[in-house]
Design a protein around this ligand. Structure first.
Ligand code: SF4
Length: 248
C-alpha cells in the first residue's frame, strides 16, 4: 500500500484544520500533467484535475467529453468517483506545484475539502470556472488564482451574469474571454467590463480554439486588438503545440 502523498518542496503548509470541512467525493473526468496553456499562468507546468459535468453548452467548447451526454453518464465509464485523498494520491505521482482544477464546470461540486487538502500539502491551486456559480466564502479565500471565463453570445446562448463582486475578496484572478468574431465580440466584452467596472489589466482575450486555421484566428484577433482597446491577447499554448489532443 502506498503511503501519504509527499509534501512539495519549499512550500509552506496551510494551518487550517481539514477536519472542519466535510469530506467529499468528486466526479472526475481526468487527471494529467501538462503545461498550462492559458491565462496569467501560461507556460507553467501544472497538474490538471478535470471535473465531470457542466451547466453550459458552449458551441465552441473544446472539452465536450466532460459533459456531453451527462444526463446518462455512468460512473466508471464517463467519470471516476474519487475522494480528496484519492485525488491527492494521484496528483502526488506527478512533479508540479501548480494544480489546475477545471472542467466542465468544477464549481458544480463542493470543492472546499479538496482545495484545503491540496493547500495543506503545499500546492498552489488555480480554479478555472465559467463564472456562473458563486464559490463559498471559504473557497474564495483558499484558492491561489481564479480563472473566470464569462461566456458572451458567441457561445450560442444568452446568459445573465451577476456583478462578480466576490472577485474582490480573492487573492488573485483574471477574466478570460473567447473571441470568435473580434469586431462583434470585443464590443460585447467591453460592455460587460463597463457594467462591472472591471480593470482592463485583468482581462485576457483568447481566440476560438476550435478554428482549424488557428494561427489565422490568433492573427485576426491580434490585428483587431492592436488598433482597439488596451486588452491583452493570448493564444492557447497547448492548442498551438498539440492541436486538439485530449489530456494536454
Ligand atoms: S463552460 Fe466551459 S466546459 Fe462548459 S460548455 Fe462552456 S467551454 Fe465547455
Amino acid at each position: 500500500m502506498r503511503g501519504p502523498p509527499p509534501v512539495p518542496q519549499n512550500k509552506p503548509r496551510s494551518g487550517r484544520k481539514l477536519e472542519a470541512i466535510k469530506e467529499q467525493s468528486y466526479r472526475v473526468c481526468e487527471i494529467f500533467k501538462s503545461i498550462q496553456g492559458e491565462g496569467d499562468v501560461i507556460g507553467r507546468p501544472s497538474i490538471f484535475v478535470r471535473m465531470y459535468g457542466c451547466n453550459l453548452t458552449c458551441t465552441w467548447c473544446d472539452t465536450k467529453y466532460s459533459w456531453v451526454g451527462q444526463e446518462k453518464a455512468k460512473e466508471g465509464i464517463d467519470y471516476a468517483r474519487m475522494a480528496s485523498r484519492q485525488i491527492l494520491q494521484e496528483i502526488s505521482e506527478f512533479d508540479a506545484l501548480l494544480v489546475t482544477i477545471t472542467g466542465g464546470e468544477p464549481l458544480l461540486q463542493p470543492l472546499e475539502h479538496l482545495v484545503q487538502s491540496l493547500a495543506n500539502e503545499g500546492y498552489e491551486v488555480l480554479i478555472e470556472t465559467n463564472g456562473t456559480v458563486k464559490p463559498s466564502t471559504g473557497l474564495q479565500k483558499l484558492v491561489s488564482t481564479w480563472s473566470v471565463s464569462p461566456k458572451t453570445s458567441n457561445a450560442g446562448f444568452s446568459i445573465k451574469y451577476g456583478g462578480l463582486e466576490w472577485l474582490q475578496n480573492v487573492k488573485d484572478y483574471y477574466l478570460k474571454f473567447v473571441v470568435v468574431n473580434p469586431k462583434k465580440d470585443i464590443k460585447e466584452i467591453l460592455a460587460f467590463m463597463q457594467e462591472r467596472n472591471i480593470d482592463p489589466s485583468k482581462v485576457i482575450l483568447q481566440p476560438d480554439g476550435t478554428r482549424e486555421d488557428y494561427v489565422n484566428a490568433v492573427k485576426e484577433l491580434m490585428d483587431f486588438a492592436k488598433e482597439g482597446p488596451q486588452l491583452r491577447v493570448l493564444p492557447q499554448l497547448h492548442r498551438l503545440a498539440w492541436g486538439h489532443m485530449r489530456a494536454v
